[in-house]
Each structure stands twice: as structure tokens, then as C-alpha cells.
Design a protein around this ligand. Structure first.
Ligand SMILES: O=C(O)CCC(=O)C(=O)O
Ligand SMILES: [Fe+2]
Length: 354
């Protein structure tokens, strides 16, 4: 959306950037310039994850502190040396491209509304986070979530816990490779996600295994995307409207096209250009809540594609177990700093029975 979203009324009136949060559009941030501007970030740091794999706790703590500093100020980072084999990511892109190239009638056979948990194909223009873009968002998606069979650490769920997970749908009868490519990728980023949660725990000064009991079978969703090019003159369409992610954190792979931007405290959009071999990791609302606001869930958006190549991206949204009960961490509250947020319980949020 870039500068087109700035609402200018008159020379003297403040300008705002609007975004979508808590299920609604209309949260806003004032655009501040000159001596009114805060000291804030203008670029997104790249964090080397090598120490995450060290046997030495002190090494892991060092990295955790580096990440915590980034999450307290920017809420977004690139990670490199994350251990996910490039061939697995490449295969996820290959099947994504092949899937989106199928005729739309085929793709509509697995449309999200045919699935109880809204997993499946999302057609172009079926979403609109920013109501000012009349036509909607020029992107297609395919959504799927936790599947115990593909978890490298299967959790042995009770029947009640099992029932909380919706069943994914897949185009198995006409494109069986899609599930294999996507679930293989999912299982690797899920494993990396659990490792990252341990680093976030250390960075928030609790034990490394603090979140372990809350991420045995987490809500862990991928929505693989294609943003098709739109006419430059088509101002009615958007990429993805400005928003925060509601889960714990997001780990995004993006191709070389670009278009992701994040909002700093001064209401300026800072680009998050593609960097080969990295993932972009950002704090979501639940981690902001668990950390009592210490980690920031940063607003971001995707500009629509106007060149001649589509853009592909694969965000992975890491939640918590459905029956987890995550209060503000003991280390993030005190009598001077009481909890600002209610405990997180996904089952309750989603009105599932426990
Ligand atoms: O496609 C991207 O780069 C970001 C997608 C995103 O922000 C989302 O799906 O929440
Ligand atoms: Fe997002």
C-alpha cells in the first residue's frame, strides 16, 4: 500500500497509517517527522542462528539476548544459518507454483469454505483486511495446519486434544505431490519453530523449556501464497493490508520479488527486501501478550505486485497448543508492571470444547 494509505486531510492536520488488529481494521499510528519523530528502526537486522545449535547453554543465551533486543525494538528479524535445507524450501516453492498454475475450477474443489476448519484454497480477492481497497487482495493462498503424522516429535494426543485439531484437505486425487512437498517443509519449520521458542524463553529470562508443555501439538499453520501481477493503474486492489499477526510468531520465506514492508514507530514503512537463504521472523500478538508488551508485534503489509512476475511467499504461523494456558511470564510482570493482558487459551478463543 505504501504512501497511498496515508490519509492527508490538510497541511496542518496529522496524518495516520491505519492497520488491522484484533479482528478489526481501524487501529492507527500517527506519521511523525522532524523533531516529533522517535528514535526508531530504519532497517531489519539479520541474526545468525548458528549458536542456536550449540550444546553450550551460555552460547544459546547469548543468541537469545541478541534476539530479545531485536524483538523489543523492531519485532522483526531475518534469520540465516537456520538449518532448514534449501532443497526442502525449493521443493515447497515448486509444488506451490505448480498448484497455483492449475485451472481455477480444479483449485476450487478444495476451497476453504468446504472445510470445517477453513483449511484449503483461498481464491484471489476473497480477503480484504483494508476496506478502502474495494476489490480486495490480489493474492491466492492455500492454508493447512497441524498434522500429527508429519510431526517429527509426535505428541501422543488424547482423543479430546485430537478433536481440537481440524483436518486439512488436500488435492490428493489430482496433485498428490502438493501435500508431500508442503508437509515436508512444514515439519522442518515446525521443528525450527520449537527451537526458536526456546530461544525466546531464554531471552525473556525464563527457563529454556518454559514453553515446551505449550507446544506439543501447536496451532501451526502455513498459508502458501501467490500474488499475481495487477495493472499499475488498478488502485482498488491490494497485496495484504497492514496488520499484525495474531499468533506467537511468524516465520516467512519469500521469493526474490519483494513487497513486504513493516511499520516503525514514526509511521514510516520500512522495506523487508528478500535476502537469499533467510527467513523473516516476526513477533505475533500472543508473544507480545505473554511478554507483557516487552516484545512488539509489529505492523506489516505487502504491496501488490505490478511487475510482470508473480510473487510467492510461504508464511508459517506458530501458535500454541489448543489447551495451553499462557499467562504473562513471571519475569515480565511485577507490582510496578502488572499484567496488561489476559492469559492466552486458544481453545477458549476459538470456542472449542476441552
Ligand atoms: O507474504 C508475505 O510476505 C507476508 C504475508 C503476511 O503477512 C501474512 O500472511 O500474514
Ligand atoms: Fe502477516
Amino acid at each position: 500500500m505504501s504512501s497511498t494509505t496515508v490519509v492527508t486531510t490538510s497541511e496542518n492536520e496529522p496524518q495516520y497509517e491505519y492497520f488491522y488488529q484484533d479482528g478489526r481494521f481501524g487501529a492507527k499510528r500517527q506519521v511523525l517527522t522532524g523533531d516529533k519523530a522517535f528514535k526508531t528502526f530504519t532497517e531489519i537486522p539479520v541474526v545468525d542462528l548458528t549458536l542456536a545449535f550449540s550444546e553450550n547453554l551460555e552460547d544459546r543465551k547469548k543468541l537469545a539476548r541478541e534476539i530479545a533486543e531485536v524483538f523489543e525494538t523492531v519485532g522483526f528479524m531475518y534469520i540465516k544459518n537456520h538449518g532448514v535445507d534449501q532443497a526442502i524450501t525449493d521443493e515447497a516453492y515448486r509444488v506451490t507454483k505448480e498448484y497455483f498454475d492449475l485451472p481455477v475450477e480444479k483449485k476450487m474443489q478444495n476451497e476453504v469454505w468446504k472445510n470445517e476448519g477453513l483449511r484449503g484454497y483461498q481464491a484471489s480477492n476473497s480477503e480484504r483486511l483494508d476496506s478502502r481497497f474495494k476489490k480486495g487482495e490480489a493474492k491466492e493462498g492455500y492454508v493447512f495446519s497441524y498434522d500429527e503424522e508429519w510431526d517429527m516429535v509426535p505428541p501422543n494426543l488424547t482423543e479430546v486434544q485430537k478433536a481440537m485439531h481440524y483436518v486439512n484437505q488436500w488435492p490428493d486425487d489430482f496433485f498428490p505431490e502438493f501435500k508431500k512437498g508442503m508437509m515436508t517443509y512444514w515439519s522442518h519449520v515446525l521443528t525450527l519453530g520449537r527451537r526458536l521458542m526456546r530461544l525466546f524463553a531464554l531471552g525473556l529470562d525464563v527457563d529454556e523449556d518454559y514453553f515446551d508443555k505449550m507446544m506439543r501439538a501447536p496451532l501451526a499453520t502455513i498459508r502458501t501464497h501467490r500474488y499475481a501481477p495487477t495493472e499499475p493503474s488498478n488502485e482498488d486492489e491490494n497485496g495484504i493490508g497492514a496488520h499484525t499477526d495474531f499468533e506467537t510468531f511468524t516465520m516467512l520465506s519469500q521469493d526474490s520479488v519483494g513487497g513486504l514492508e513493516i511499520l516503525n514507530l514514526n509511521g514510516q514503512w520500512i522495506p523487508a527486501p528478500p535476502i537469499e537463504g533467510t527467513f523473516v521472523v516476526n513477533v505475533g500478538d500472543w508473544l507480545q501478550q505473554a511478554s507483557n508488551g516487552r516484545f512488539v508485534s509489529t505492523v506489516h503489509q505487502v504491496k501488490r505486485v505490478t511487475g510482470n512476475k508473480p510473487r510467492y511467499s510461504i508464511p508459517f504461523f506458530f501458535g500454541l497448543d489448543f489447551d495451553a494456558y499462557c499467562e504473562v511470564l513471571p519475569t515480565c510482570q511485577s507490582s510496578d508492571n502488572p499484567p496488561k493482558y489476559e492469559p492466552i487459551n486458544i481453545a477458549e478463543k476459538m470456542k472449542l470444547t476441552m
